[in-house]
Design a protein around this ligand. Structure first.
Ligand SMILES: Nc1ncnc2c1ncn2[C@@H]1O[C@H](COP(=O)(O)OP(=O)(O)OP(=O)(O)O)[C@@H](O)[C@H]1O
Ligand SMILES: [Mg+2]
Length: 330
């Protein structure tokens, strides 16, 4: 039997190393997954690990190869908070290693939103005659109220969820995404993953010429969109400002990471770095401070204005952000 030793820290780096191990062992006849040394779990790391492990288990199962959890008895007796948390919100069922609660049972609280699948068909059914984008907005406002209480924090967190989830719906070709969030020391970490075509493929499909290794940085520029509509006054029309604003918010208020098309780009207040990560789809991690949430409308306005200024150095793009990016609707 080969062993996949899960990392101690379920953050981005932990997820990258585990993903490499999955690739090494994809054809091994029998694999044991060892989760006993987990120390802490963060939303983005956990979602990346969840998708990597789920694909690993399912891909192997299709070919008759077995994958199982190591040391179930020890896990039951373990006093690890991280393990109890994973067990409680249905992580193991999500990755098809039947153990703990079923996914979707844990309701979330003002400190976390558990792994939740957002299926677009269900939303469409509920939307009926109202605009689907408005339905996404309402869903995101509701998600925000699970984890934050005051109006400005709800505005901030709802905005971030909405811009990321709209992108999945509009560009990824995936019919669902998975989300997770946690609040710690006055910060909220939001994580969203889809299993769609990825940023590079999406831009390429619209003849946006860019090399795969530059696709992530390019997508973060204001005015870059595969679906640019220079004329539309529709408040949801794409202006190519969504990822730009989210990345600037992350740089100013905490952190922003995006993984897609074979790379992961990490942006922090003072530095950026890019790493390889073999994930087919798109994932975003956004950390924002709630300490000065009341300044969010002003911060947003100044980021948008700066982006609009930057676009004047380039032609053939939209020079003004959509109403939705401005935070205006209704
Ligand atoms: N989840 C995703 N899957 C695939 N491609 C994506 C995804 N998110 C973004 N993209 C690509 O990156 C481009 C830039 O995204 P961004 O959010 O900045 O602009 P937009 O969505 O086109 O316009 P706006 O956000 O102003 O409505 C998109 O046009 C699309 O090509
Ligand atoms: Mg967008």
């Amino acid at each position: 039997m080969e062993t996949v030793a899960c990392p101690q820290h379920w953050n981005t780096l932990g997820a990258i190393s585990l993903n490499r191990r999955h690739q090494e062992l994809i054809n091994a006849p029998d694999v044991g997954v060892d989760v006993r040394s987990i120390d802490f779990v963060k939303p983005f790391g956990t979602l990346l690990i969840a998708e990597s492990l789920r694909i690993f288990v399912l891909n192997r199962a299709e070919r008759g190869l077995t994958t199982h959890l190591i040391g179930e008895n020890q896990i039951i007796k373990s006093t690890s908070n991280a393990l109890s948390y994973l067990k409680y919100f249905g992580f193991f069922h999500f990755v098809r290693l039947s153990y703990g609660n079923k996914t979707g049972i844990a309701p979330g609280s003002n400190t976390y939103i558990p792994i939740t699948e957002i299926k677009f068909e269900n939303l469409i059914k509920k939307a009926e005659d109202i605009q689907f984008q408005d339905t996404i907005k309402r869903k995101c406002d509701k998600l925000a109220t699970i984890i934050v209480n005051d109006d400005y924090s709800k505005l901030l967190v709802g905005y971030c969820f909405r811009e990321i989830i709209r992108n999945v719906y509009e560009h990824s070709h995936a019919n669902y995404c998975v989300i997770m969030a946690q609040k710690y020391s006055n910060q909220v970490e939001i994580a969203i993953l889809d299993t769609g075509i990825g940023i590079y493929e999406s831009l390429r499909s619209a003849d946006c010429v860019v090399e795969p290794q530059h696709a992530l940085r390019y997508a973060l520029l204001p005015g870059v969109s595969r679906a640019l509509n220079l004329e539309s006054k529709n408040r949801w029309a794409n202006s190519g400002f969504g990822l730009y604003v989210l990345s600037e918010l992350g740089k100013k208020m905490g952190a922003f990471e995006i993984c897609s098309s074979g790379n992961i780009l990490s942006c922090y207040p003072k530095h950026e770095n890019i790493n390889t990560l073999n994930y087919s789809g798109t994932g975003i991690r956004l950390v924002v401070s709630l300490k000065n949430a009341e300044y969010f409308p002003n911060v947003l306005q100044s980021i948008v204005e700066q982006g609009e200024q930057e676009t004047f150095t380039r032609t053939g793009i939209r020079h003004s952000a959509s109403m939705s990016t401005h935070g205006l609707w209704g």
